[in-house]
Write a protein that binds this ligand. Structure first.
Ligand code: G4P
Length: 285
């Protein structure tokens, strides 16, 4: 399957981020817990070098818990602080505040030794589109948080949200673009809905999803659609169309409707908690 990707504005977004990143101590990088690697852009490691780093595995409510645990260990081993969360819920925000302090304790200690008091840690949120950046900022900062206004050296209109006595967050997230060199990465991003559906072949995408689920999550399709998983992918799609009564006006089975339905139910978690890539695959190349 071939994917086209975002035209234009990537360079602009990157330049903006290079500017913003100079102002901060801590990069809060959001990834999608269902595809923690494919939803990253490794450029952030270069852009964010010499910064404290926190990875938030967001949409963990949709991901396989076991996989999330493994990914968490994977990133921790690489030296990042890691938290998994559902950004729509305010639960877990307290532990993020604690982790931010923990991640930046070196800086705070240094400030303290130099006699600098009350200089807050400055953080910014980054991530690919649709990963939940705005949701996180809204949940975390909430409405009660005072905006601290413009500061010298900050692009006009940019504001800091004071999260606590010790932490300030840039109100605009940095946008990263996923890396598309690998077709598998493209497929995974398409499956979670990171690529506009208009440019995708939904039937083909559904077949790929069925292939993956059959092998990695056996039983999941049978349970929801009462289909026989030993069938070929296309036949299975017919089975889903039958089960869900996806019928064209002419009275035939409507595969495209079934494909769209399957993808939609996968994305919204109705099929269950599914992770599309595991750290072990990385280790095995
Ligand atoms: P962005 O700023 O990074 O582009 O992402 P944004 O916050 O706009 O979130 C994109 C979508 O992901 C939103 O759904 C949002 O509700 C959803 N979302 C964010 N965090 C989580 C999470 O932890 N779990 C789940 N399940 N969903 C999450 P939407 O369909 O665009 O809008 P709506 O459904 O909220 O109306």
């Amino acid at each position: 399957m071939n994917f086209q990707w975002y035209p234009g504005h990537m360079t602009k977004a990157k330049r903006q981020m290079q500017e913003d990143i100079k102002l901060i101590d801590l990069v809060i990088e959001l990834v999608d817990a269902r595809i923690p690697l494919s939803s990253r852009n490794p450029d952030i490691d270069e852009l964010g070098k010499n910064k404290y780093r926190l990875i938030l595995m967001n949409k963990a409510d949709l991901a396989d818990r076991k996989a999330t645990e493994q990914w968490s260990a994977f990133f921790k081993k690489k030296g990042y602080y890691v938290v998994s969360l559902d950004a729509r819920s305010k639960n877990g925000m307290k532990s993020i505040a604690d982790i931010i302090m923990e991640a930046c304790k070196e800086k705070m200690e240094r400030d303290r030794k130099r006699g600098i008091k009350n200089r807050p840690v400055r953080a910014m949120v980054v991530g690919i589109p649709n990963v939940g950046k705005s949701t996180f900022i809204n949940s975390y900062a909430g409405k009660a948080c005072a905006k601290t206004g413009n500061k010298p050296g900050v692009t006009k209109g940019k504001q800091w949200i004071r999260l606590s006595k010790s932490v300030e967050l840039l109100d605009t997230p940095g946008i990263l673009w996923p890396k598309f060199e690998d077709q598998k990465v493209g497929l995974r991003l398409a499956l979670i809905g990171s690529i506009r559906d208009e440019i995708l072949n939904t039937d083909e995408l559904a077949v790929e999803l069925i292939r993956f689920l059959k092998t990695q999550y056996p039983g999941i399709l049978t349970e929801r659609y009462e289909v026989e998983e030993t069938q070929k992918e296309t036949e299975l799609l017919c089975g889903i169309a039958e089960n869900r009564k996806c019928i064209t006006k002419g009275g035939e089975l409507d595969y495209s409707k079934a494909a769209a339905l399957l993808i939609d139910e996968f994305r919204s978690g109705k099929l269950g908690k599914v992770t599309l890539e595991w750290p072990k695959e990385q280790e095995n190349g």
